[in-house]
Design a protein around this ligand. Structure first.
Ligand code: CUA
Length: 342
């Protein structure tokens, strides 16, 4: 059991993380987030049905229980009443009709489960990669992002895998959740029905920053989505062609696309990984006692084999980062631009 003194601050921190995301998750009810996919209505209906059956039967059973306690207590009946061992009609009454209710619950649950398992053939497919502690999304045209972007009213399928441990991609407003497992591909699908921004959570405990493994799902109008995904695929190439400063491209990669920011700050704060501020040219001692200077060779090795040369005081948790050459160059310029000794 997790002690309450640990659990409460964790829960509060999680609440803050949600506020930080500034997600417009409005429009939900007291119990539920907004209904933003085609799954939401039937599932909430199912939940309400089970909830109300439980409440009605719970109240009934407790009423009978207390009624019997009042009526047949030992003070009034010092000698046990003998004779009636059972009543067939009563027993059928409390077994058969509730049996139908239970079967109906199974049936709607089973149908809902089959729905969830079977994506339509024309679904728009987005590849998802989970790692400690960030999500990244890859679109069919080569675009990549750290937030999920999808078109409204169109089936979207996520094919998901993990770089390290088990995560679970959960979009409460869509009522869908599926484990993301290393070494295999899992999938889930949904049809977003409401334009807006919704929170994505990791729903499988995956280590220290599990509760920070948050991002957003942005639901666009189809035309806006097309424009977004086109820009997202080409921006870095266009940027370089236009001769714009690479360091700024690196900053955009850091804030919008890559997973760096979940562990490496740029304001000097120590987090899961060493801060990027003043990182370039810094002399670091490694966990095995060797020392290195943070330069291009070290950076390139660190994204390929993150657990090889870990700075002392940190644990090796990072998964290899598949950056292309343009991204590597842009990140290097960005790191230099926020470092004193370049
Ligand atoms: Cu990833 Cu919890």
């Amino acid at each position: 059991m997790i002690p309450f003194s640990v659990m409460l601050p964790t829960l509060l921190a999680f609440q803050q993380d949600l506020t930080k995301l500034k997600v417009a998750d409005g429009g939900g009810s007291f119990f539920f987030p907004p209904e933003a996919s085609t799954f939401a209505k039937p599932y909430d209906g199912m939940y309400d049905f089970i909830q109300w059956v439980s409440i009605v039967f719970g109240v009934l059973i407790f009423a009978v229980l207390f009624g019997f306690v009042a009526k047949y207590n030992r003070k009034k009946h010092p000698v046990a009443i003998q004779g009636n061992t059972h009543n067939l009609a009563l027993e059928l009454l409390w077994s058969v009709p509730p049996g139908f209710l239970l079967f109906y619950m199974f049936w709607i649950g089973f149908k809902g489960f089959l729905d969830l398992r079977e994506p339509p053939r024309d679904a728009y497919t987005i590849a998802v990669s989970g790692q400690k502690w960030a999500w990244s999304f890859s679109y069919p045209n080569g675009a990549k992002s750290g937030e999920l972007h999808v078109p409204v009213n169109r089936p979207v399928m996520l094919t998901m895998t993990s770089q390290d441990v088990i995560h679970s991609l959960y979009i409460p407003a869509f009522r869908c959740k599926q484990d993301v497992v290393p070494g295999r591909t899992t999938r889930q699908w949904f049809v977003p029905t409401r334009i807006g921004t919704y929170v994505i959570e990791c729903a499988e405990y995956c280590g220290t920053s599990h509760s920070d493994m948050l991002t957003k799902c942005v639901v666009h109008e189809q035309a806006d989505f097309d424009a977004w995904v086109k820009e997202a695929a080409n921006w870095l190439g266009d940027w370089i062609k236009a001769g714009k400063p690479l360091a700024e491209a690196g900053r955009r990669l850091y804030t919008e696309e890559l997973a760096c920011k979940t562990c490496h700050t740029i304001d000097g704060t120590k987090f899961t990984g060493p801060t990027f501020k003043d990182a370039w040219g810094r002399h670091e001692t490694l966990t095995d006692g060797r020392s290195v200077t943070v330069d291009e060779a070290y950076f390139r090795k660190s994204i390929k084999e993150p657990t090889a040369d870990v700075v002392s005081g940190f644990t090796p948790v990072m998964a290899p980062q598949p950056l292309d050459e343009d991204q590597v160059k842009a990140m290097i310029e960005f790191l230099k631009s926020i470092s004193e000794h370049k």
